[in-house]
Design a protein around this ligand. Structure first.
Ligand SMILES: [Zn+2]
Length: 306
């Protein structure tokens, strides 16, 4: 009986993502072994082939089993059903597309090699990535789409786990993007508009906001950061009202961006917030002072007091 159970488990492992129950496998196995006296190993092969036929799976498909993102193991060949969440600019000519995919268990990166000559995937659409290989870099898993892979769009709308988590880092604000400062954003999508026109929504109603988009470098890697009015005020004292006044007085909203750059660019910040892919939505920000700087400040204060 122990042997029977272990064969059942073995077969179950192969088909577990295809809604096959252990009891169903056990029933078939017992029938073959006890009623028809088929040797165990042959019975096992018969059941696997039978299930494969029933489920309309190729031999190939079984070598690349359908796998949830949370269960991806580096070095393995798998198939993954996932939604394309984000596409990134290719950083090399050998990459056709790359970005982030997700399913209800988590997220992973994906890379489609240029040589694989696949049709382009689109953000927000759902696909099955068949016969792909799992890789890991810096603790982040990714799947590689090669020429033996197949990428097909599917009807199913895959729900993506929103489990990102908080992060706190200290690093230098190494760049501030041009769409920071006092900007007008589309009321629908929140993206910066130009002359009242949103790239996505055309002529729209807009809000005027004070915000910062930039890059922070903690010495190990870089993160995109998004900072809204409250954090900017904490750091610089500048709020939406004073920013508007400033722009009005100079007849130029660009003055606000200049001010942000003057006060924040190159400065060390301690920030915390929600990490989504590589972007931190900053909830709290303060200037980071090393012990030495704190000492110097104290001395300066004392000198001033004299
Ligand atoms: Zn818009």
């Amino acid at each position: 009986m122990e042997k029977i159970q272990s064969i059942v488990n073995e077969i179950y492992e192969i088909f577990k993502d295809y809604n096959v129950s252990k009891s169903e496998i056990e029933k078939r196995l017992k029938l073959l072994v006890f009623e028809f006296k088929v040797p165990e190993d042959e019975a096992k092969r018969t059941i696997i082939n039978g299930l494969r036929r029933d489920l309309n799976l190729s031999r190939e498909a079984l070598r690349f089993p359908l796998t949830k993102i949370a269960d991806l193991e580096p070095g393995k060949g798998v198939s993954v059903k996932a939604k394309v969440i984000q596409l990134w600019e290719p950083t090399s000519q050998s990459i056709a597309q790359w970005g982030v995919i997700g399913d209800e268990t988590g997220t992973a990166r994906f890379v489609i090699w240029a040589k694989s000559a696949k049709r382009k995937v689109e953000e927000g659409k759902n696909y099955i990535f068949e016969r792909v290989f799992v890789d890991e870099f810096g603790g982040i898993k990714s799947i590689k789409v090669t020429s033996i892979s197949e990428v097909r769009e599917i009807e199913e709308d895959i729900e993506v786990s929103e489990n990102w988590g908080e992060i706190e880092i200290t690093g230098a604000l190494v760049s501030i993007s041009q769409n920071s400062g006092l900007v007008q954003v589309c009321k629908i999508c929140g993206k910066v508009i130009e002359a009242g026109i949103c790239k996505e929504h055309g002529k729209v109603e807009w809000n005027e906001v004070l915000r910062l988009r930039g890059v922070i470098d903690d010495g190990e890697r870089t993160y995109d950061v998004e900072m809204e009015e409250n954090c900017i005020k904490e750091l610089t004292g500048l709020d939406l009202r004073t920013a508007k006044k400033m722009a009005f007085e100079h007849l130029d909203r660009g003055i606000v961006l200049l001010e942000l750059k003057k006060k924040l660019l190159g400065r060390y910040l301690k920030i915390s917030g929600d990490l989504k892919f590589r972007t931190i939505n900053v909830k709290k920000a303060e200037f980071f002072k090393t012990k030495v700087i704190e000492e110097v400040d104290k001395v300066l204060e004392e000198v001033k007091a004299l």
